[in-house]
Design a protein around this ligand. Sequence first.
Ligand SMILES: [Zn+2]
Length: 103
Amino acid sequence: MKIRKDDTVLVIAGKDKGKKGSVRQSLPKESRVVVDGVNKVKRHMRPRGTVRQAGIIEREAPIHVSNVMLLCTKCNQPTRVSFRFLEDGSRVRVCRRCGEVID
Ligand SMILES: [Zn+2]
């Protein structure tokens, strides 16, 4: 996965297209991410069992990583990501626009 928790991403498809937000959760198995304030769905909760909060609550639903682009922390542009290996063998992400290491 090119997107990780706490990354800032730009939504490029869907009803929240153009929104920016930080990644709250990444779900690598499903190739999805939960982004703050993006893809909100209303859920009707009933006070049952452990759920204390009743009524209609809004929460973010996961969206597919192909619908977001990583915002580079260096050049502040939405970018695609490539990988590079450092001398110590660790893998880092690299911005394809400015060539800077993002991690
Ligand atoms: Zn960049």
